[in-house]
Ligand binder design. Structure first.
Ligand code: ADP
Length: 163
């Protein structure tokens, strides 16, 4: 990195759907790196509610205000995705102890495969600590309030899906 620091970072996830917690991590990454690429994983094993193209479309829409953020589909190894997009940093959000073990394992495996790629962890803001896509989907499907926990477009689309 010859003392200059990395210019591009990847923010990976399944974003099914993107929450205010995810968006905060993307926005903070966009404030720290010249280019941010949001990598949207298909994750069919997670039985997604939104299709991959819907998730990408939503991310394009909510990342619109950040001119240095791009969105692309992740369909292979994350480290290869990062390299092919010219990024040497992976940015992940950490909510609490429960995220730590899994994220630590992933970061170590990625660094084993690609020692030149660093994983940076951003602490979730306290107001987002309890937020996860799956909890949002559960609460919304039971008719609970999700306003403010997801971007307005996600709230509308979730309610449409559930009806
Ligand atoms: P989820 O864990 O909600 O299914 P993803 O798999 O899309 O979401 O998560 C992608 C990344 O976003 C992970 O690094 C995860 O820790 C982070 N993340 C998820 N929810 C939040 C949140 N509420 N605040 C900060 N980071 C989060």
């Amino acid at each position: 990195m010859d003392g200059k620091g990395p210019i591009a970072a990847v923010v990976p996830g399944s974003f099914d759907p993107v929450t205010s917690g995810h968006l905060d991590i993307i926005e903070r990454a966009a404030g720290s790196f010249q280019r941010v690429i949001v990598a949207v994983g298909a994750n069919p094993s997670k039985n997604p509610m939104f299709t991959l193209s819907e998730r990408c479309e939503i991310l394009h829409e909510v990342c619109g205000p950040f001119p240095n953020v791009e969105v692309d589909i992740l369909d292979g190894l994350l480290v290869e995705f990062a390299r092919s997009h010219g990024a040497l940093v992976i940015v992940k959000g950490l909510r609490a102890v429960s995220d730590f073990e899994y994220e630590f394992q992933q970061a170590l495996m990625n660094s084993h495969m690609a020692p030149d790629i660093e994983t940076f962890f951003l602490m979730a803001r306290p107001e987002h600590l309890f937020l996860s896509s799956s909890l949002i989907k559960n609460v919304a499907s039971l008719g609970g309030p999700i306003t403010g926990l997801v971007p307005p477009t996600v709230e509308r689309r979730l309610l449409d899906k559930i009806e």
